[in-house]
Ligand binder design. Structure first.
Ligand SMILES: Cc1ncc(COP(=O)(O)O)c(C=O)c1O
Length: 442
């Protein structure tokens, strides 16, 4: 039975993000609690979390050490500005995140979300070339089907057409896009990284030819595109992008907001693929989703160049009231400890082949046109209904929720990313439910 307070809820005042508000308020889906792999719906039903919240709750929900760290921090030091002041927790977290990152990605700028991290990274790229005396390097290159949050910087370099179209009147002016790497004709049902498509990185050479390398500051990509349906990079693609950036002095930014903190069975995608970017954006899993936080990791040379470029005073005119918030820092430290103590990144790696087999068990299900997975991520692409793209996917989402499973849909592609504590039996439950639901949905 729903809790009385929920029955009395007024749904109208809350303008919900990325939600069909009117439809939701006619038939709301509310959760009231969460623990480990499950939410509790308002009617008391357990809902298996197939999406780690929104790609963020990598250690599972309501984990005691994180809850305790947040409570303790709130009682000891609830807030302190990060401007011209510091608190030990934030310095500790920066050091731990830097130690986890590959190469010399060893300086950390804190923000409060992935979107803020992305806009911060773009600003750092501009500041770097200003500091080097190369102010003409001011263009950015994103990729079609890229998602980099919702700041004006993020939607400008992002490649999701409906979002770009909605705000086309005021996007950043000097941005180009690489082609995306999704191609069913070549790669449908590939396992892991598809064999076809490394050459798509060469489009950066075309842009260099067209614009001049001396005008391009940075290229930003998600190592595995997440929000547009889980698109693992073709074999050799990221390596090629890295080489082209190196050849032309262009910074490479990896947006690891989804792929960071164990999703691919390593701390970062950069580690898994052996390709180190110049800047890396993270968020979500850095605090297990428990307190909002984002961050940019910068290679030492970038930090040194910017910080060394002014004789004294503030070096980068950027920062947020809640940059390095003590609660987020405490949550982050407890989260990283939990990841270490439970070996969760290695656990994700050890589950990858079981997960991949489970994903591909849907091969014979009608209207499934592609299956993709890497680490503990998966994309299940359904054929769209003529004239109503997204309708089949949304129906699957609602039906799965009704049957006690949370999935995520982007158009007609189902995206899965369970907490890294998922058990094999729960993987079976996810794909068993999905197979049933997809067979029933016409
Ligand atoms: C790759 C990537 N970058 C940026 C973002 C934006 O993060 P946030 O929603 O925390 O602003 C997301 C969110 O899903 C993301 O997947």
């Amino acid at each position: 039975m729903p809790d009385a307070a929920i029955v009395e809820l007024s749904l109208e005042p809350y303008w919900m993000p990325f939600t069909a508000n009117r439809a939701f308020k006619r038939a709301p889906r509310l959760v009231v609690a969460a623990r480990d792999m499950h939410y509790t719906a308002a009617d008391g039903r357990p809902i298996l979390d197939g999406t780690a919240g929104l790609w963020c709750v990598n250690a599972g929900h309501g984990r005691a050490p994180i809850v305790a760290a947040i409570a303790e921090q709130a009682a000891r030091l609830d807030y302190a500005t990060a401007f011209q002041m510091g608190n030990p927790q934030t310095f500790r977290l920066a050091a731990e995140v830097a130690a986890l990152a590959p190469g010399d990605l060893d300086h950390v700028f804190f923000a409060n979300s992935g979107s803020e991290a992305v806009d911060t990274a773009l600003k750092i790229a501009l500041a770097y070339f200003q500091a080097r005396g190369e102010p003409s390097r001011a263009r950015f290159v994103g990729r079609l089907r890229g998602y980099h949050g919702v700041g004006f910087g993020g939607i400008s370099v992002g490649g999701i057409e409906p979002i770009r179209k909605a705000f086309a009147a005021q996007l950043l002016p000097h941005v180009d896009h690489l082609p995306h790497t999704h191609d069913l004709a070549h790669n449908a049902f590939a396992r892991g990284q598809p064999a076809w498509g490394a050459h798509l990185a060469d489009d950066l050479e075309r842009l260099v030819g067209q614009r001049g390398a001396e005008t391009i500051a940075a290229v930003i990509v998600e190592p595995v595109a997440g929000s547009t349906g889980v698109l693992p990079p073709p074999q050799g693609y990221l390596e090629r992008l890295r080489a082209i950036c190196d050849r032309h002095g262009i910074l490479l930014i990896f947006d690891e907001v989804i792929t960071g903190f164990g999703r691919l069975g390593a701390a970062f995608a950069a580690e898994r693929f052996g390709v180190v970017p110049d800047l890396m954006t993270v968020a979500k899993g850095i605090t297990n989703g428990a307190v909002p936080m984002g961050a940019v990791l910068a290679r030492r040379g970038i930090y040194d160049t910017i910080v060394g470029s002014v004789p004294a005073g503030v070096e980068l005119f950027h920062g947020y009231t809640y940059s390095g918030h003590p609660l987020a820092a405490a949550a982050g430290l407890a989260t990283l400890k939990l990841y270490r103590d439970e070996g969760l990144f290695a656990r994700a790696a050890s589950l990858e082949s079981y997960w991949e087999d489970a994903v591909h068990s849907l091969r014979a299900v009608p209207r499934v046109v592609d299956l993709r997975s890497l680490g503990l991520m998966a994309g299940i692409e359904l054929e769209s209904r003529p004239g109503t793209p997204g309708a089949r996917g949304f129906e699957a989402f609602v039906e799965c929720f009704n049957r006690g499973l949370l999935i995520r849909v982007t158009g007609d592609t189902i995206a899965l990313s369970p907490p890294l504590i998922v058990e094999r039996a729960q993987i079976d439950q996810i794909f068993g439910t999905l197979a049933d639901v997809l067979k029933r949905i016409a």
